[in-house]
Design a protein around this ligand. Sequence first.
Ligand code: KIV
Length: 271
Amino acid sequence: MSVHKEVKRVTVHVVQAMKMRGEKISMLTAYDFSMARILDAAGIDVLLVGDSASNVMAGHETTLPITLDQMIYHASSVVRGVKRALIVVDLPFGTYQGDSKGALNSAIRIMKESGAHAVKLEGGKEIEDSIKRILSAGVPVMGHLGLTPQSIYKFGTYTVRAKEEEEAKRLIKDAKHLEKLGCFAVVLEKIPAALAKQVSESINIPTIGIGGGGDTDGQVLVTHDLLGITKDFHPRFLRRYLELFDLIKGSVEQYIKDVKSGDFPNDNEQY
Ligand code: KIV
C-alpha cells in the first residue's frame, strides 16, 4: 500500500484566515526552481516572484527594465518547484499603469503561462481600474503601498515613505480602498512602524511588511538579502541569516585551487 501524504496548499483564503487568528504570515521572494524548492520545503507560506529579479537576478539598478516575458519565465520556474506555498507574481512596470485592459491581459498571461496563483501591483487609488478589471477575471490581487520601487524616479530615493502626516493619511486611505476593491492582502514597504500598525489594525486583509516593523500580519524579505548573496546592502530592516556570498566565494576558491593543483578529481571521482 502506498502512503500518499497530502500537502495542504496555502491559498488566499488560508492567509486571510491566518490574520483572523493572529498567526503571522511568512513570505520571501523566489525567482527560480531550485531556490523555490528549498523555500517551500522549509515551509514558507507565500513566495513572491518579485520584480526585484530585475536587480538580483539580472543586475539592473532598478526594477523597471524587467519584462512580462521575463517575469513569466521566472514564475513558471518557481511554480515547478513548489508543492505548498501560495505563489504571487509582480506585474512589471509598464504592464498595468493607466491601461486596465493591458493590465488584465498581463495578469491573464501570468496566470495561464506560469501557473501562479495571484498577482501583485504597486499603487493605490490611481490604479483602481486595473485592479478592478483583473479581479473581475477571478485573479487574486495583492496590493503594494509605501515605498513602491517602480516609482523610484518619482520619489528620487529609497528612503522611508509616509513620514509626513499628509502622505500617511493618503496611505491609510489607499489601504482601505484596496481592501474595498477586493485585494486579498497588501505589502507595506519601508514606512514607520506605528503607521504600519495603524494600517494593519484598520483593515481586515493581511498586511505584509518589509521595513514596516513587527506589527504587520506578515513579513517579506528578498531571499538574496536574507541569505547574504547580495553584498553591500544593509538597510536597518534587514536581518541576514547567512553570508552566502562569502561561503560560495570560499568554496569556489578552494575548487579552483584543487583543479590547479591536480587534487580534483581524485581516484574516487572518476570512472
Ligand atoms: O519585488 C520585490 O521583491 C518586492 C518585495 C520587496 C515586496 O516587491
